[in-house]
Design a protein around this ligand. Structure first.
Ligand code: C5P
Ligand code: C5P
Ligand code: ZN
Length: 464
């Protein structure tokens, strides 16, 4: 891994030389936590050099946006957390570009920095923000931005494979620990440890789904009353960070016992404990203190057309932008719960090699992928990848999510989505474990049948 890091640093230095030649740069990034933290890292680095920049956030990079960027005649465009799937198009439009990304590359480009080029996997060993952190550190000493790099990796769920960050992500984590901006420890993985009363951690648990607790407020409150001596403090229900060591231990053993008697499989119970990452510069009890909560706060902005708010938070705004982000977060949470309820009610349709649901216009296309990922917790069948459809203005959005087990068996969603969407007149890409596409209205049936065949083929071929 150290060798890969060195190779990436060399490529970053080459890109930095080009960046240093320009005084005005256009940054184009992706509308999610990883895209925002990537932009936050590169824009902070440019600020520190006294270089001017403008920004643009997009759902995905397609030919129309690339044509538009070419028409704008920027001196230099830095693409972060996207671009690797569109290298040929960027080149053919004559855009002077740096691409700092971690998606599976298609084509080639000189100023292209991506873990896949150096033998590392961009779905769990390095995020877009981590790649951009390496680039930023070729421009100057920006090691204090390691915390943002980790937030981006958590936003892309890069810790899920092992239960902790690994690969180059881990090297960056160590740099962050050395710079005193972040630390890591084993703790409960339920979401909301900094900001929410503990019963809500149970009530909104989705990975794993806790039978008899998830979605049931009263049951969660009863669980606490039974197992925790002091459920409330001066300010009402206590949060996880207010529990002492002993209380935490009692709670965890009670919860594990509960899960065992509820018949939850052991691999699911194991996921209750994992490595968690704390941002030491952030105030205790704020979303930004915990890398996972921070990434959700950011998703709540960019995925709702308010990337500028998320970017301002990444660049240190703890006033207006932070307040607005928190309002958006409340809305985002509501949408996630409603989306999951929709899937639960409608159920998943099964084909031979995949299962799918069609959200129509009930789930926003920018969060349907998150919900597809979360719905692994409500289906009992983890042996098939989950595909989700949602209506968009310019066609149908498709999101696909797999599991590590399926990848070991040969599944590559990026390849499957990219090929099959192209066959029906759409476009897509992503990672082996999570990919997306946009296809024309009316192509849904043909698409899902072909995707079913393609995934079947991937798994059969790797058996031989
Ligand atoms: O653009 P992009 O790299 O952001 O997206 C990665 C996506 O992959 C995220 O939506 C993330 O939630 C998903 N993912 C997943 N399971 C994993 C790893 C990533 O669903 N184990
Ligand atoms: O949108 P969704 O969360 O499902 O995206 C999953 C992954 O697929 C992300 O990494 C995203 O960047 C990628 N994707 C893509 N092309 C699309 C849609 C999504 O490469 N048209
Ligand atoms: Zn990413």
């Amino acid at each position: 891994m150290l060798e890969t890091m060195e190779q990436m640093r060399a490529r970053a230095s080459q890109c930095a030389e080009e960046i240093k030649k320009h005084s005005l740069i256009h940054v184009v990034s992706h509308i999610d936590a990883d895209g925002l933290t990537s932009a936050g890292i590169i824009c902070t680095a440019l600020d520190r050099m006294g270089t001017n920049y403008s920004t643009r956030f997009v759902k995905q990079l397609d030919d129309m946006i690339i044509t538009d960027l070419a028409d704008q005649n920027h001196e230099l465009v830095i693409f972060t957390d996207l671009g690797s799937g569109m290298l040929e198009s960027i080149k053919s439009h004559g855009i002077n570009a740096i691409v700092s990304d971690h998606h599976q590359p298609k084509g080639e480009m000189q100023n292209h920095i991506n873990p896949h080029l150096f033998g590392a996997n961009g779905s769990y060993e390095l995020s877009g923000s981590g790649t951009t952190y390496i680039l930023a550190n070729a421009l100057g000493d920006n090691r204090d931005l390691a915390d943002l790099a980790i937030v981006g990796a958590m936003g892309d769920l890069q810790h899920m494979k092992m239960g902790y960050l690994t690969g180059i992500n881990r090297l960056i984590l160590k740099e962050g620990v050395d710079s005193n901006v972040i630390n890591f420890e084993k703790d409960i993985t339920l979401f909301g440890k900094q900001t929410r009363p503990v019963f809500k951690l149970l009530q909104f648990a989705s990975d794993p789904y806790l039978p008899g607790l998830t979605g049931q407020e009263d049951a969660c409150k009863n669980f606490l009353s039974k197992h925790v001596t002091r459920v409330s403090g001066d300010e009402g229900w206590r949060r996880w960070i207010e529990y002492d060591r002993d209380e935490k231990q009692k709670f965890v053993s009670a919860l594990v016992q509960y899960c065992l008697s509820a018949g939850l499989q052991s691999y699911k119970i194991e996921r209750l404990i994992g490595e968690v990452y704390t941002l030491l510069k952030e105030g205790e009890g704020t979303e930004m203190r915990d890398a996972s909560e921070y990434s959700t706060l950011l998703n709540a902005t960019a995925r709702y057309d308010h990337a500028e708010i998320g970017l301002a938070v990444c660049m240190g705004n703890r006033g207006d932008a932070y307040e607005q982000a928190r309002k958006l977060l409340a809305e985002h949470r509501k949408n996630l719960v409603e989306g999951l309820m929709f899937v639960k009610k409608q159920g998943l349709s099964k084909l031979t090699n995949l299962q799918y649901f069609d959200a129509g216009s009930s789930i926003r296309e920018t969060i349907v992928g998150i919900i597809a990922g979360m719905s692994t917790s409500i289906t009992n069948d983890r042996s098939l990848p989950i595909i989700a459809f949602a209506d968009t203005d310019d066609g149908v959005k498709v999101s696909a999510r797999g599991t590590q087990d399926l990848i070991r068996k040969g599944l590559n969603l990026s390849e499957a989505m990219s090929k099959v969407s192209a066959e029906v007149g759409g476009a897509g890409g992503g990672h082996d474990i999570a990919a997306g596409a946009t296809i024309p209205v009316g192509a849904k049936n043909e698409f899902i049948q072909k995707l079913d065949d393609m995934i079947g083929m991937q798994i059969r071929n790797s058996k031989q």
